[in-house]
Design a protein around this ligand. Structure first.
Ligand code: FSO
Ligand code: SF4
Length: 552
């Protein structure tokens, strides 16, 4: 086992990464090895997808499958070896299908096919123990490689994982693009080649950032065409009497299906974690039984789900061990999410979840409501832009902070709460991702009617924040980096890595990330990123604030 993809990875003086029998997230060595093998097989599919495309052979099912199965290897997504092995077999079938089509096309043109070794030819064994014996070939730190090259390879691979996740979220909302798929396969195949070319790897990291920008735009389009544009909305964060279903993760299509199927059944639906922004979309406002948001960010789920008196649905990341809080019999996984022994719901029928919610007690009474305001995505931000600009011009607003990303349970993450509380009163805070839960229930007041805390949405809604920054840059006729804007990103997993790569690829400088630097980036790589982009780690609130106000 070797996995170093998330912020909570094991760090030792001898080297970083979870590499014993189990990762910090609870992922077993066997699961980690199978995930590596799955990635290896997917790289084989992509290698032949690239070659087949030279002859115009494109298979949409395969284009969809690769990012989706890759998504299953993100942190806190799928811990179920049986399902992961099934994905790997499916990858083998697809690879061989493309390989055969490519060879036939070459023959037809009288050219010699170029075969792919390694990922292009490995045949998976037929039993789990034998598959595990094959895994070392696919270990992510395979071979004798220096830490800078390994760090760059992992930066690309983990970034591409984040992009794959957003591709799948977009695909669920009918947004696919053959050019994006082609670019994805090209990069996936390249990463399978174990390049030692630092310049090429670095350029690839920027290409991944650019690719993800397009993917986030697709996802934004999918969400806004399906559900309308988010509007500023007051949301109750306390419990409401009655039977209950809690919907977590990022997939709003699932939320819609659940709302349709629970209508009139006496069940209240609550959002959780990254599903909170759904409450601001017009399409969901017609459901009076969508009553609010329950709980905080993903890392608190073992406590929160244990006390939630209804059924829970995990539509995407982040899931953690449900056996601890003894709620495995009333939590359900969807799509790429998996936990051994937990019921996985396929298709569009949620009756099993609904019946479970009806069986359970539900909340006995209403708590006194606590309202928070959400819904400042692209359109709402643009609508507020003239007032914001006026307040900047008359000196009432002096600075903008983007404080967002992922949450996590390390104590050091209180930095983000302290930072939000400490920014000057004449500044606006934009937030997104589950990192917002560090401060989104606090009252920040307003500046001449503009709320000081603007919740932009899910982590992928970084796209909306970028649109606002681009609009402000045009209005003030300045460079993006000359805006009075400071970005402080809390990172935990691979979606945050790809959002960071997108920002860097757009030329955004002086971003701060915390609470720690990614463990896969060597000191040397961190220095290069600092020199080229001004990227740096968070230190303490007081010093960081001083420095950020000075830069502006
Ligand atoms: Fe959080 Fe988890 Fe959206 Fe992440 S729920 S940590 S960046 O998966 O995806 O913000
Ligand atoms: Fe370790 Fe994170 Fe990988 Fe889990 S996902 S094994 S905690 S690095």
């Amino acid at each position: 086992m070797f996995c170093v993809q998330c912020e909570q990875t094991i760090r030792t003086p001898e080297g970083n990464g979870c590499s014993y029998s189990q990762g910090m997230c609870g992922k077993l060595a066997s699961t980690s090895d199978i995930q590596d093998l799955l990635i290896y097989m997917l790289q084989g599919v992509s290698a032949y997808a690239v070659k087949a495309r030279e002859f115009g052979i494109v298979d949409n099912d395969i284009d969809t499958f690769v990012p989706k199965a890759f998504f299953a290897t993100l942190t806190n997504v799928n811990f179920d070896d049986v399902r992961l092995i099934d994905y790997a077999y499916q990858a083998q079938t697809y690879r061989d299908q493309l390989k055969a089509a490519y060879i036939a096309a070459c023959k037809g043109k009288g050219v010699e096919p170029e075969m792919v070794s390694g990922q292009g030819e490995l045949l998976l064994a037929t039993s789990k123990p034998e598959i595990l014996a094959q895994a070392p070939v696919a270990l992510l730190n395979r071979g004798d490689v220096n830490e800078d090259i390994l760090g760059l390879r992992l930066l690309c691979l983990y970034g591409l994982k984040g992009a794959a996740a957003y591709m799948e979220h977009a695909r669920v909302l009918d947004q696919t693009d053959v050019d994006v798929a082609a670019e994805f396969h090209k990069i996936m195949a390249f990463l399978g080649e174990d390049s030692v070319d630092a310049d090429k790897l670095f350029a690839t990291a920027m290409e991944i950032g650019q690719l993800n920008y397009r993917i986030m735009a697709m996802l934004d389009l999918g969400e806004t065409t399906s559900f309308g544009h988010p509007e500023p909305t007051q949301v109750n964060t306390k419990s409401v009497k009655g039977k209950a279903i809690l919907v977590s993760g990022h997939d709003m299509k699932d939320l819609e299906l659940i709302l349709e199927q629970t209508a009139g059944k006496g069940i209240n639906v609550f959002t959780h974690g990254e599903m909170l922004p759904a409450l601001a979309y017009p399409a969901f406002k017609k459901y009076s039984h969508l009553v609010g948001n329950y709980g905080g960010a993903w890392q608190n789920q073992q406590k929160e789900f244990a006390t939630f008196p209804g059924a829970v649905v995990m539509t995407s990341n982040c899931i953690i061990d449900p056996t601890v809080g003894e709620y495995s019999d009333r939590i359900y996984t969807r799509s790429i999410v998996g936990w051994p022994g937990v019921t996985h719901v396929e298709g569009e029928d949620f009756s099993e979840v609904i019946n479970k919610a009806l069986e359970l007690e539900g909340f006995a009474y209403d708590e006194i409501p606590h309202m928070i305001t959400i819904g400042f995505a692209r359109n709402a931000l643009m609508a507020a832009a003239p007032t914001v600009v006026e307040n900047v011009k008359n000196g009432s607003i002096k600075h903008f902070f983007l404080i967002g990303g992922c949450d996590g349970d390390k104590l050091e993450r209180n930095y983000f709460t302290d930072l939000a509380k400490s920014v000057p009163d004449d500044s606006i805070i934009l937030t997104l991702g589950c990192g917002k839960y560090k401060f989104n229930k606090l009252d920040f007041g307003d500046i001449n009617g503009v709320p000081r805390l603007l919740d932009v949405g899910q982590c992928n809604d970084a796209y909306s924040a970028i649109q606002l920054a681009l609009a402000l840059k045009d209005i003030f006729e300045c460079d993006l980096n000359d805006l009075p804007l400071s970005l402080v990103l809390s990172w935990f997993e691979q979606k945050a890595i790809v959002v960071l790569l997108t920002l860097l690829s757009l030329g955004v400088k002086n971003i701060r990330t915390g609470p720690t630097a990614p463990a896969f980036l060597s000191e040397n790589l961190m220095n290069i990123l600092k020199q080229q982009f001004g990227l740096r780690g968070t230190t303490d609130v007081e010093s960081d604030l001083k420095a950020m106000m000075k830069v502006a």
